[in-house]
Design a protein around this ligand. Structure first.
Ligand code: ZN
Length: 402
């Protein structure tokens, strides 16, 4: 038995009567559910890049709709008795899919016609839709050009019709897609813009797509993934983008149109402050290191070992400057840790003759963490920052013992 697909002839049919031919228990993920086959359905199964519909069969909620050969299987949350049933389509969801899907036909046609970029795949997601186009990287002019041309066709409100014919007949009309199936094919025609074999659901005229908004383009293997949204979704996305811009403008204390310049200024200021901070931290580390080296007495092995745990009041960068300054002195070994984050820095003057890498490995053999570096300078990070003090004590014992 083949399920008659009502949406092929009328994609605007929201309600329908059908006969339940079978209703078998199955799992929806891990949830018990039923798979229902009808003699006819207006519910669209997942296929051709378009997600399935939702809706109802009697009192049962439709959770999924899938193609199974010539049948359409409706996965529902409760058993549906054999015999007659009334079905309905979740119209907001379907109309959204029809707007995105028809918009994709039009956008792909514009990329192909105007810029010679064929579409190799399409995905209709719950937030954004994408097409992958082949060829050199689309410039901003191409992305805007395709969007503009598509919106021009939308504003002309051209009729959209379903055509039936053989692959040869469509080829004569300049159909882009290679079709493997034989026999009579179903194709979508946007008047004066495109003919494309497709079994999906579409709006009746281009104006019903509403608007197409191209939002980005990224490299995807050998192709370019173009992100877009259509119709009500485009309105929602544009409003969301505007709110983000408005919030950024409020935070920066400027008008929305001045956000890019304000951000540039803030970045320049941040970089300048960071440069100043860096040089002051280096200067401070130099002074602190000199005082520290003056105070420390060489041990029995002649080494001047400086071991210190810093709390979070210290800047993370300061530790490496301090270690670098200490390690400039003959026979000096610096063992530093930061209790806030569990970072470790071990550094030595080459004359100290130890191996900081080996030392770090020994410490990390007892306290979980990772890190590495050279013989004279290593950085590490403990998994448990609370162990900083103990880890440093161990390092100090190991250096003094050897
Ligand atoms: Zn289609």
């Amino acid at each position: 038995m083949t399920t008659r697909r009502l949406y092929y002839d009328d994609s605007y049919q929201r309600e329908f009567s059908a006969q339940v031919l079978s209703c078998e228990p199955e799992l929806h993920g891990t949830t018990p559910a039923w798979g229902v086959v009808l003699d006819s359905t207006a519910l669209y199964p997942t296929s051709g890049g378009q997600p399935h519909d939702l809706g109802k069969l009697g009192d049962a909620n439709v959770l999924d709709v899938r193609d199974e050969g010539e049948d359409v299987v409706h996965v529902v949350d409760r058993e549906v008795p054999l015999g007659s049933v009334q079905g309905c389509v979740d119209w907001a969801r379907r109309l959204d899919h029809m707007q995105q899907h028809t918009g994709q036909h039009l956008l792909s046609a514009m990329f192909q016609e105007r810029f010679g970029r064929p579409t190799v795949s399409f995905h209709l997601g719950s937030d954004v839709c994408t097409i992958d186009v082949r060829g050199p990287e689309p410039t901003d002019e191409i992305l805007e050009g395709a969007e503009h041309a598509a919106n021009q066709v939308i504003s002309e409100d051209r009729p959209i019709a379903v055509r039936y014919g053989t692959a040869e007949e469509f080829a004569e009309l300049g159909v882009r897609k290679e079709v493997q199936r034989s026999g009579i094919l179903r194709a979508l025609e946007i008047e004066g813009a495109d003919v494309q074999p497709c079994g999906g659901t579409h709006v009746k005229s281009t104006a019903q797509i509403g608007i197409i908004l191209v939002r980005g383009c990224t490299k995807m293997r050998q192709d370019w993934r173009v992100e877009f949204v259509c119709g009500r979704r485009a309105g929602r996305v544009a409003r969301h983008d505007f709110l983000l811009l408005q919030r950024a403008a409020e935070d920066l204390g400027c008008a929305p149109e001045d956000v890019p310049a304000s951000v540039q200024r803030a970045i320049a200021e941040r970089d300048a402050h960071f440069k100043t901070l860096k040089s002051q931290l280096e200067r401070l580390a130099e002074i602190d290191a000199a005082a520290e080296l003056n105070a420390v007495k060489p041990g029995a092995n002649g080494l001047r070992v400086i071991a210190r745990v810093f709390d979070q009041a210290s800047h993370a960068e300061y530790l490496s400057y301090f270690a670098t300054q200490l390690a400039k002195a003959e026979k000096a070994v610096a063992l530093l840790a930061r209790s806030a984050c569990g970072h470790l820095i071990f550094a030595q003057h080459p004359s100290a003759g130890k191996d900081m890498n080996a030392l770090l490995k020994q410490v990390l053999a007892q306290f979980a963490g990772k890190g590495g570096g050279t013989r004279d300078f290593v950085r590490g990070k403990l998994s448990d920052a609370a162990q900083a003090e103990k880890a440093l004590a161990l390092a100090e014992r190991l250096v003094s013992a050897g």
